[in-house]
Design a protein around this ligand. Structure first.
Ligand SMILES: [Zn+2]
Length: 121
């Protein structure tokens, strides 16, 4: 266990990050449904032939990418919360040294210290 870690501080931080990520996931799911509705709407079909604008298909792929990123972020946050619970939070998964608290405050889902993340150790 990284002795400099105050689990309460990071539980709060991760919980609030998780709330934001869940909100992003929800909003993107809704945006994707809107695009699907527009695709199914005959009145909106002309958008597909507008050479100037992004097509609905492109918009859908973009939103799907964002939705997957939000989903992956939630997985990372859940993983960090689990590590807080089992006492491995803040310990580098590669070299076993403590990850500096300053790095964790910026990136609480970090699993590697900076040298390991950059491949220098
Ligand atoms: Zn390391």
């Amino acid at each position: 266990m990284n002795e400099e870690i105050d689990p309460a501080v990071f539980t709060d931080l991760l919980t609030s990050l998780r709330r934001d990520a869940s909100e992003h996931l929800r909003a993107r799911g809704e945006a994707i449904r809107d695009v699907q509705d527009a695709r199914n709407d005959p009145a909106g079909a002309d958008d597909e032939h507008d050479p100037e604008g992004a097509t609905l298909s492109d918009e859908w792929s973009r939103l799907e990418g964002l939705r997957r990123a939000a989903s992956a972020e939630i997985d990372e946050i859940d993983d960090a919360l689990r590590r807080l619970g089992d006492g491995t939070f803040g310990v580098c998964e590669s070299c076993g040294r403590d990850i500096p608290v300053g790095r964790l405050l910026v990136r609480p889902t970090a699993t590697l210290c900076v040298p390991c993340a950059e491949g220098r150790r």
